[in-house]
Design a protein around this ligand. Structure first.
Ligand SMILES: *[C@@H]1O[C@H](CO)[C@@H](O)[C@H](O)[C@H]1NC(C)=O
Ligand SMILES: *[C@@H]1O[C@H](CO)[C@@H](O)[C@H](O)[C@H]1NC(C)=O
Ligand SMILES: *[C@@H]1O[C@H](CO)[C@@H](O)[C@H](O)[C@H]1NC(C)=O
Ligand SMILES: *[C@@H]1O[C@H](CO)[C@@H](O)[C@H](O)[C@H]1NC(C)=O
Ligand SMILES: *[C@@H]1O[C@H](CO)[C@@H](O)[C@H](O)[C@H]1NC(C)=O
Ligand SMILES: *[C@@H]1O[C@H](CO)[C@@H](O)[C@H](O)[C@H]1NC(C)=O
Ligand SMILES: *[C@@H]1O[C@H](CO)[C@@H](O)[C@H](O)[C@H]1NC(C)=O
Length: 771
């Protein structure tokens, strides 16, 4: 396969994927077969030895040639040692997708909603259970010889920095705390740890946080991810781009991190020793391997010319700390890189040590995989009833009710004599899946789900495609005027936002808006608009149009998406999802997507990004979402109002901000920070009329937004289930150093002396930091 040239199109991806990955057999090939006479002589097969000894034994037996063949994602078989080939590349963003083999025996896997919708639940317990469920399905497929590996390059925890990003749909949104909590919960679930992080014995699967780092532009107005140089300030790096990766490694204990295509401040991330080794491995303590995005090592030479030769590219990557290259660049160039002196054999040994250690921790060198602790999980676990129910629950918990004038929703089934369903997203299953999806267990489209609830349904797509450049407006209008109720399914699909393709607009594509307005005008009653999309949309026209009674955002809701939407429309589920990204107006598209700055710049009119900094108008705010119930909040009366530091250290003013005294968090140190904790309780009441799950979002803010302080910052969230009329208290354990601190220009974290405010709903509570 040719390399450069292909890299610049998705052809590389397709070629890599299209290769026959697996030999299908009842039992996967495995190392250390007890039936083999040499097994007892191999130290690496001796499970009573510690893993580092076993790995060193294995590496000591390999020739240089064999070692080089282990550096790419398709690690070669080593027949003389009975070590089978291994495919490092599998994907499970929201269900098993790639690197596993679907056939008539296992035709599909549970397809959860695209991550951006699952994030809208603000429910870490749900995120954990999704990871856990995927791991069970992964082991079931592995046991049946249907998986090339157990190393999944999921989750994607990049910050959804710009609403146009085609891969924003894959992420948990724009907030670093939400993305961090998502990373921790999903990784713990997928790797088989307990929800609180406990680990015993073998890993269920390996999870990989990607793409490290500041990667959030694919292809926009001439800029392409492969050579885009993200110019990021130390401040934005520390309080926006890095937190999800840090949490993923430190608390989630992910066993992999993946470096990205782009450069950061001039250096390709896969060639950056400071990022990969100093930060991820040493400072954060990564215990696992570092993978490259597919083709990213090639790009160190090819796209950015950071390396002058392929051998230099290989040298930069391995010396930066990369362990596994996605692609085949190492096979091609690692040998000559040794000859030219750009790497030494010990660089390769280090990479192999990390790689083989992980394969052993997955139990892959412990003999017959069916005798492993997870070896008895049968294929019937894939798409089990329980798993399918979780996919439905995830979609239900994520869907956001954006508008509900005069209680348009829920509809009462018995009162519907006729229902018109209109729109290009009503009867397609592919739109529901997002990307990085495998074949689902089964799909219920919105049209199908509604048909199972209501008898007299008529359907008109109204547009040829989601692009909506050919319409059937007269037909749609005719339908709308002849039925009782109208529900429209509009929005986006992968032709509009996807990997390798960012949007230029935030409005609905093509003639969609015209179609919606004409239908709303013709309908007998205010219509219901359901938006299928990953990224946000400027639907101000619909928000303002009284003939549009209700609006739901349903993300890309996965295999049970149609059922979830239908259950909300008919009031069988009370919506509680909240937007995990700011919905910006179309005018935001004047801002260059290439400008990485999070903070506004009043001198140039740059508005800043995300709810933490953006100063412009919004269509809907981060955290917005209605419900069929009304909830109220109260800070508990005895909530702490002061935190005392006892003058252990004198606060300092920074040069550009002489009026505020603050404490340097690093100087306060772990012990002092450990004492600066406050537990805050918030009373929440469901005023009815329905029971529901409700995420409670707690923010903090400073007395001013000067000197780059965020407008506010989410500091905690919890999802509570409350019956109609029920109330409860939700406890938020807060640490001043972690939750009330901010990052200054040079990237240091500081805690301001004086006033801070906690916010929940329309309530505020002041806390003072006292020296
Ligand atoms: C495995 O290692 C242990 C500990 O070093 C040793 O006692 C034992 O003999 C080894 N087993 C085999 C089969 O070599
Ligand atoms: C790679 O090797 C070449 C040839 O020996 C040498 O000129 C170059 O400086 C080396 N590059 C690096 C980054 O070590
Ligand atoms: C919905 O889509 C399915 C599958 O493409 C098709 O068979 C069916 O006719 C469509 N339903 C309507 C009412 O158009
Ligand atoms: C409509 O858009 C699609 C997808 O962008 C395109 O392939 C097609 O040619 C367009 N059709 C017309 C009539 O413009
Ligand atoms: C897109 O690129 C063109 C040509 O370089 C430039 O004139 C234009 O300002 C860019 N658009 C934005 C929104 O930055
Ligand atoms: C919910 O509370 C708001 C503010 O108190 C009030 O205006 C609104 O009428 C209430 N809605 C319902 C459904 O009770
Ligand atoms: C400061 O003193 C108070 C009261 O003695 C104590 O509760 C608190 O833990 C102290 N704070 C620190 C940071 O030592």
């Amino acid at each position: 396969m040719g390399t450069r040239g292909l890299i610049f199109s998705s052809a590389l991806l397709l070629l890599l994927l299209a290769q026959p990955v697996l030999v299908i057999s009842a039992t996967p090939p495995f190392a250390c077969n007890p039936a083999s006479s040499s097994t007892p002589t191999f130290g690496f097969c001796n499970t009573t030895l510690p893993i580092d000894k076993r790995v060193n034994d294995l590496i000591s037996r390999l020739t240089l040639e064999e070692k080089i063949q282990q550096l790419d994602h398709k690690a070669a078989e080593i027949p003389r040692l009975g070590v089978p080939k291994y495919n490092w590349w599998s994907e499970a963003l929201h269900g098993l997708a790639w690197g596993v083999h679907f056939d008539p025996i296992i035709p599909g896997a549970t397809s959860f909603p695209q991550v951006i919708l699952t994030a809208a639940s603000f429910n870490p317990d749900l995120w954990y259970r999704i990871g856990q469920t995927i791991a069970v399905e992964a082991r079931a497929m592995y046991n049946a010889g249907h998986a090339g590996g157990l190393t999944f390059w999921s989750p994607n925890v990049n910050i959804f920095r710009d609403p146009r990003w085609g891969r924003g749909q894959e992420t948990p949104g724009e907030d670093p705390i939400t993305a961090s909590k998502y990373a921790v919960a999903f990784v713990r679930g997928l790797q088989g740890d307990t929800a609180t992080g406990g680990r015993s014995g073998q890993l269920m699967a390996s999870s990989c946080c990607k793409h490290f780092t500041a990667y959030d532009l694919d292809r926009w107005n001439g800029s392409v991810r492969y050579n885009f140089d993200a110019r990021v300030t130390a401040q934005d790096m520390e309080d926006t781009f890095q937190p999800p990766f840090r949490s993923c490694i430190e608390q989630g204990r992910a066993t992999c991190i993946m470096c990205s295509y782009n450069r950061v401040n001039g250096v390709p991330t896969c060639a950056d020793y400071n990022l990969l080794t100093k930060q991820a491995r040493k400072a954060w303590g990564l215990d696992g391997y570092i993978a490259s995005d597919c083709g990213a090592v090639d790009l160190i030479y090819g796209a950015s010319r950071y390396g002058k030769t392929p051998e230099e590219a290989v040298g930069y990557a391995l010396k930066a700390g990369l362990d596994i290259n996605c692609g085949h660049y190492m096979n091609e160039h690692a040998g000559s890189a040794i000859q030219k002196g750009n790497i030494s054999e010990s660089d390769i040994d280090r990479a192999l040590f990390n790689a083989f250690s992980l394969r052993m921790k997955l139990g892959l060198f412990n003999g017959d995989p069916q005798k492993l602790p997870s070896g008895d999980i049968p294929p019937s676990q894939v798409c089990s009833t329980e798993h399918k129910k979780l996919a439905l629950q995830a979609a239900q918990e994520g869907i956001v009710l954006l508008k509900n004038n005069g209680n348009t929703l829920p509809l009462v089934k018995s009162k519907i004599t006729s229902l018109g369903v209109i729109g290009p997203n009503a009867n397609t299953s592919s739109s529901l899946m997002g990307n990085y999806n495998g074949p689902p267990c089964e799909v219920t489209t919105p049209l199908k789900a509604l048909k199972s609830s209501v008898n007299n349904i008529r359907f008109e797509a109204g547009c040829n495609l989601v692009a909506c450049n050919v319409t059937k407006i007269p037909e749609a209008v005719q339908l709308a005027s002849s039925v009782d109720y109208v529900i429209m399914f509009m929005g986006l699909d992968q032709d509009q936002e996807r990997e390798g393709f960012d949007r230029m607009d935030l409005v609905l594509p093509g003639m969609q808006q015209t179609l919606v307005s004409k239908v709303a005008e013709a309908a007998k009653k205010p219509i219901i608009l359901v938006l299928i999309s990953g990224g946000p949309l400027d639907i101000t026209f619909a928000k303002d149009d009284p003939r549009i009674g209700a609006i739901l955002w349903a993300g890309f809701p996965g295999e049970a998406g149609g059922s979830a939407i239908s259950s909300i429309i008919f009031g069988e589920h009370n919506p509680g999802g909240k937007l995990p990204v700011t919905w910006y107006p179309q005018e935001f598209t004047k801002v260059p997507m290439t400008d990485m700055r999070m903070r506004p710049d009043p001198t140039t009119g740059y508005p800043g990004r995300s709810y933490r900094f953006y100063t412009g108008k919004t269509v809907y705010q981060f955290g917005y979402g209605l419900s069929y119930s009304n909830y109220s909040y109260e800070f508990e009366a005895e909530a702490a109002t002061s935190i005392y530091l006892n003058n252990s250290l004198s606060p300092q003013a920074t040069s550009n901000d002489p009026n505020t005294l603050s404490y340097d968090i690093a100087s306060l140190g772990f012990n002092t920070c450990g004492k600066l904790k406050v537990s805050t309780k918030v009373g929440v009441k469901n005023h009815g009329p329905m029971a529901g799950k409700h995420p409670v979002l707690l923010f903090s803010r400073w007395p001013s937004t000067e000197h780059g302080r965020p407008v506010k910052q989410l500091v905690g969230f919890q999802s509570v289930h409350l019956e109609a009329g029920e109330s409860t208290k939700v406890e938020f354990p807060l640490s001043a150093c972690e939750h009330l601190s901010r990052v200054v220009d040079d990237g240091r974290r500081v805690l301001d002396k004086g006033s801070h405010f906690l916010i929940v709903g329309d309530k505020e509570h002041e806390i003072n930091i006292v020296s």
